[in-house]
Design a protein. Structure first.
Length: 499
């Protein structure tokens, strides 16, 4: 049965309609017919196989929230959400959920902060709106902005950082004086970009010939380097990501974009690039073996004396983010593996630091240094937003100093490993799988390397073994439950008297 309710908000007439499992609200300005804002929700039905929105029982899910240009900043969106929460209380749902959908005007981080300021009554304690997209990593606004279509320029994210100056403390200041105040990315999200740029500039002093592997969320770095005068070639297998980068790179002559699978790396000449950036493949759905191959190819393609940058996402931080900013019960849900202690996602494969170390050992490549791109910025983002320009600069310069500390790696969404390829490394050394050893390596050293590789493979095998043991235990438990249920049915039928 359809249920309607009308409200007055300023000059707007707001009408909510509940029809079965759907709840929709529209706001229309007096004298107009086109909606100025709308919200579309549905009550989750776990019995409907077509409802794959979030799989969180007893919840009201916000599918769409939109306020048209010219009607924003008037509190209309806030009013619509508050009415939705009133319906949530009226129908006593346990959860109010959403999957933020950023637009050209609003970033994911802005939406996150908007939704989290609302609370609704559930049981004895008020609860916040929950984020339920398993692939939504609430920290990565730069990736979201980089992937959105249209107006995808570097200036829109952080402004022109080419005019970096030394401040009085001797650290490079490439932040607030160059950050456009109108940018949608938060200060905390800008820390990652500015930190990566800081280290790129530190390692790439002269004009270089650079290969960037993957453009998803990292197109800003290729654009930045091309604008700095470097020659940049980007290989990206996804067509939509390639088109996004092409749109953002219009007018930049030193940027070549190739839409090809990563297998095209095998066709690239040995030791032909001054630097290689690998800022996407390591947290994609590629298998561990495929990621190993990309690391090996990156090393092969880089010239002796060149630099390789490889970015990983931190599994630890993914668990922390999802637990404290999305779902307090995250670690007892299906998106957390209780055996491996890893976050589970269909669209990404996040590695633990043990797996990252295993990868480098299997490739027999030693990294020179690593740094936490965001550090703790995403954990203190609300406080960081309150900083003025001078305070933000002060923190950023401090972050540049401490971001190499091992104890900060697990608290950062992204960790970038830097590999300086030795000048004396030859092709033969690499093909022998021992780039770090001299040609006259004795048997003892070779055995040591082989042992390390075996240990690395054992780590990965052990993780898979634990997963299989867990699945087998769950299967046995389910079979035992079924057997007990069948036994009860047989017992009841044996004791039931004949009619």
């Amino acid at each position: 049965m359809e249920e309607k309710m009308a409200y007055i908000f300023g000059d707007y007439l707001v009408e909510f309609v509940k029809d079965g499992e759907k709840l929709n609200g529209e706001a229309v300005l007096t004298g107009e017919t086109t909606p100025a804002g709308k919200v579309c929700c549905h009550f989750y039905n776990h019995n409907n196989p077509e409802d794959t929105s979030h799989k969180k029982d007893d919840s009201l899910h916000i599918d769409i929230l939109r306020v048209q240009a010219g009607h924003d900043k008037k509190g209309l969106g806030t009013f619509l959400v508050k009415k939705v929460l009133e319906y949530a209380e009226k129908y006593k749902v346990k959860h109010v959920t959403t999957t933020p959908s950023p637009t050209g005007r609003i970033s994911m981080e802005t939406l996150r902060r908007f939704y989290l300021k609302f609370k609704y009554q559930s049981g004895f304690l008020p609860k916040k709106i929950e984020f339920v997209d398993e692939d939504y990593l609430m920290a990565d606004v730069l990736e979201e902005v980089g992937n959105s279509k249209g107006n995808n320029s570097l200036d829109r994210i952080v402004g022109d950082t080419s005019s970096n100056k030394q401040n009085s403390e001797g650290a490079v200041n490439n932040s607030s004086s160059n950050i456009d105040k109108s940018n949608k990315a938060s200060k905390a999200s800008k820390v990652a970009y500015l930190t990566v740029v800081h280290f790129l500039d530190e390692h790439l002093k002269s004009k270089n010939d650079i290969l960037q592997i993957g453009a998803s969320g990292a197109s800003v770095y290729g654009i930045y380097l091309a604008r700095k005068g470097h020659q940049v070639t980007v290989i990206e297998p996804k067509k939509d990501e390639t088109e996004n980068l092409m749109g953002a790179a219009q007018g930049i002559d030193r940027l070549t974009i190739i839409n090809q699978p990563y297998a095209v790396l095998y066709d690239v000449e040995d030791e032909c690039k001054d630097a290689v950036l690998c800022f996407g493949p390591m947290y994609s759905t590629l298998s561990l073996e495929e990621k190993e191959e990309i690391i090996r190819e990156s090393y092969r393609i880089c010239k002796p004396g060149g630099t390789i940058f490889i970015s990983f996402m931190s599994n630890d931080m993914m668990v922390i983010e999802n637990t404290f900013n999305s779902d307090y019960d995250f670690m007892i849900g299906p998106r957390f593996d209780k055996i491996t202690l890893k976050a589970v996602s269909r669209k990404m494969r996040i590695l633990t630091f043990e797996e990252i170390d295993a990868l480098f050992k299997m490739c027999e490549i030693r990294y020179t240094e690593r740094f936490a791109a965001e550090g703790v910025a995403m954990l203190i983002r609300d406080k960081m937003e309150d900083m003025n320009e001078k305070q933000f600069n002060r923190w950023l310069n401090y972050h540049y100093i401490i971001c190499k500390k091992d104890e900060l790696m697990g608290c950062s969404n992204h960790v970038v490993y830097v590999i300086n390829k030795p000048e004396e490394t030859s092709e033969a050394d690499y093909k022998d799988g021992n780039a770090d050893s001299a040609k006259d390596t004795d048997n003892e050293e070779e055995n040591s390397v082989t042992s390390k590789i075996r240990n690395a493979q054992d780590i990965i095998s052990e993780l898979h073994k634990r997963r299989m043991e867990r699945e087998a235990a769950e299967a046995r438990e389910a079979a035992q439950v079924d057997a007990t249920s069948n036994e009860r049915e047989v017992t009841q039928s044996d004791t039931t008297p004949d009619a």
